[in-house]
Design a protein around this ligand. Structure first.
Ligand code: CDP
Length: 292
């Protein structure tokens, strides 16, 4: 967070570099069931971010001594692909990736009914294919939908988005340039059904008013995101129904029975078999002689 004033991130009309208003989300698209081998999966596209979430489990945990006697362990593996940013990212797991994996696991554990699956693990793989700021929050949003796709019982979905400070004002869903040049960042994970916060981080220095503004704008954004998550899950079942259902013919009125007329029998065609005309054999000269 540089708090760099050299780039004008918001114009006089309150419009940002990418054309959004300060309280607007980036265009979001969520697809369910993109990884057929996984028990549940989702792909999220949020602005230029592209992230895949794949869920495996509940399944046996190895090594077994890590298993929890009374509940399932949720393990998240957040990774950025080497090609996801313009400067090649090192393939070695970074401290940042470990930290993001941990905060996403903790956030999901607050809504998943882990007590139903003691001694097991639920593994959530999060692969960032393209990054443009806010990948931890977009990953959490996708992970939550992928868990629902895997049929894992939860108290509610988590929708996650960050708000930040640009020119000391609260702005929703920062993209990479805003994230770098702005002066603060507040990633939020929120469960609208429970009205509970499951992730809250803070980067930068905020006044109480700025903190409240960012929190309120992020909660509003999370509620909008939640509707998109629900629609994506519903869409999956609409698609399945369309695939499985046999199209039902629309009922048409039975035609009224009219008195049956005797079927007119067409007269059978009389076949005239004409005998092939055979020419009478002309009497030969020899025959004439015989006659004489
Ligand atoms: O992605 P998020 O905002 O949740 O986390 P961050 O640590 O604040 O990273 C912000 C952004 O920096 C990422 O989304 C990437 O666009 C970029 N980044 C990068 O270019 N190279 C890295 N090795 C890590 C992050």
């Amino acid at each position: 967070m540089a708090g760099d004033g050299s780039v004008k991130l918001i114009d006089e009309k309150g419009i940002r570099l990418d054309g959004r208003k300060v309280d607007e989300l980036r265009p979001v698209n969520i697809k369910i069931g993109v990884i057929k081998n996984a028990d549940g999966s989702a792909e999220i596209r949020m602005g230029k971010n592209i992230i895949i979430a794949a869920v495996y489990g509940p399944r046996e945990l190895h090594p077994k001594h890590r298993a929890l006697a009374d509940r399932a362990l949720i393990q998240c593996f957040y990774r950025m692909s080497t090609f996801s940013v313009s400067d090649r990212k090192s393939p070695a797991p970074s401290r940042r990736e470990k930290e993001i994996s941990m905060v996403i696991s903790n956030s999901l554990a607050s809504v998943v009914l882990t007590e139903k699956y003691p001694r097991t693990t639920i593994d959530v793989y999060l692969q960032v294919l393209q990054a443009d700021g806010g990948t931890r929050t977009a990953s959490l949003t996708a992970a939550s939908v992928a868990l629902a796709d895997a049929g894992i019982p939860m108290r509610g979905l988590i929708a996650s988005v960050a708000a930040g400070l640009i020119n000391d004002k609260a702005v929703l869903d920062l993209f990479d340039v805003e994230d770098q040049k702005g002066s603060g960042d507040l990633p939020l994970g929120y469960c609208p059904v429970l009205d509970e916060i499951s992730l809250l981080q803070l980067d930068g220095v905020f006044t109480v008013k700025q903190f409240e503004d960012c929190l309120n704008i992020a909660i509003k954004g999370a509620k909008d995101l939640y509707e998109i998550q629900r629609d994506a899950l519903k869409q999956k079942y609409t698609d399945i129904r369309a695939e499985v259902e046999v199209p039902v013919k629309p009922k048409t009125e039975e035609p009224k029975e009219e008195p049956k007329e005797e079927p007119k029998v067409a007269p059978k065609p009389v076949l005239k078999v004409e005998k092939p005309k055979t020419e009478e054999p002309k009497p030969s000269k020899d025959d004439k002689k015989e006659v004489e």
